[in-house]
Design a protein around this ligand. Structure first.
Ligand code: NCD
Length: 324
């Protein structure tokens, strides 16, 4: 039993993953285990129970080759709150600039002793590659436009808290779908829970191939607005684009920005979420971002709970696998 937090119960027998690389690979049951355990951590957080000793003596390294505010900080805090110590690796000041490879960097960090690595990289598949070279748990914190599983989980946890069962609910993901790992992790997770997903954005950023995955697509936010229960407003990933996907930011905002007028055309209790960072006045006006239907800061609190659950589960699986 977990005396620190009895509500967590016994370690779930059916959780066998020591890495978390994406939501695509998870079964519905595994997804529900993650969400349920994250909810336990969130409840404890709300009651002021924030410090545990599950990972006492462990070290977690955040290995980020791209910038981050929320993800990196909340993984570091999650490690500390589980009793582990967290060390930050910063690509720009490392020996990468002297030609050291990502795999060699990870092996060297592991040689100093660490139980988990939280990895963010602009190339899809780098977290998967590292699982073949190190023995610690690898948690994907965003790999290119592929997946960002903990963001997908915290988005879904936030939706579940506000809407209950997501079966049959309709979620619109709006914006730069082509370059967004958040869109992909949302789609994989939400489909497993029976939600309808609509990817919405300019034709240059939303492909009809989404239909092959059972996901709708639309190029008109005003068309989908009356149908959606949730809108996940993505940032335009200018840093990943080689040519401009639309004529101007003003035009993008006019067609795809969420503002007070569009709120009036939507369902009364529409939930607005966004992974952050948000560009106020582009994808959301400030009154929407800070308004009563926005759960943007609540998502951040859920992010900490999700990351604690992920670290607790992957660490439990790692110790069980490595003891065999
Ligand atoms: C997202 C990311 O990095 O993929 N942000 C995040 O993790 N909170 C989305 C983004 O950068 O727009």
């Amino acid at each position: 039993m977990n005396n620190d937090l009895p509500e967590l119960g016994e370690f779930p027998e059916n959780w066998k993953r020591m890495h978390l690389l994406g939501l695509e690979e998870l079964t519905r049951e595994e997804l529900l285990i993650l969400l349920d355990k994250a909810q336990v951590f969130r409840n404890a957080f709300d009651e002021g129970r924030r410090k545990f000793s599950f990972l006492s003596g462990h070290t977690s390294v955040t290995l980020f080759f791209e910038n981050s505010t929320r993800t990196r900080t909340s993984f570091a805090l999650a490690a500390q709150r589980l009793g582990a110590s967290s060390v930050a690796f910063t690509a720009s000041t490392s020996s990468l600039s002297k030609g050291e490879s990502v795999v060699d960097t990870a092996k060297n960090l592991e040689a100093m002793g660490c139980e988990s690595m939280i990895v963010r990289h602009s190339t899809p598949g780098i977290p998967q590659l590292l699982t073949e070279h190190v023995k610690c748990s690898i948690i994907n914190a965003g790999d290119g436009a592929h997946e960002h599983p903990t963001q997908g989980l915290l988005d879904i946890l936030t939706m579940r808290q506000r809407l209950g069962n997501l079966e049959g609910k309709t979620v619109g993901v709006v914006g730069d779908i082509a370059h967004s790992r958040v869109a992909r992790s949302n789609a994989w997770g939400l489909k497993k829970l029976g939600a309808n997903v609509i990817m919405c954005g300019p034709a240059t950023l939303v492909s009809r191939r989404w239909e092959e995955l059972g996901v709708e697509f639309s190029h008109c936010l005003d068309d989908i607005l009356p149908r959606v229960d949730v809108l996940n407003m993505l940032r335009i990933q200018f840093e990943r684009q080689y040519t401009s996907p639309f004529p101007s930011i003003a035009e993008y905002s006019f067609l795809y920005g969420m503002n007070r007028d569009r709120l009036r055309a939507a369902k009364e209790n529409l939930l607005i979420i966004a992974p952050g960072p948000i560009n106020r006045g582009v994808e959301l006006t400030p009154e929407v971002a800070d308004g009563p239907q926005s759960a943007i800061l609540d998502q951040v609190s859920n992010g900490l709970a999700v990351r604690m659950a992920v670290m607790w589960l992957t660490d439990g699986a790692r110790t069980r696998i490595q003891c065999l």
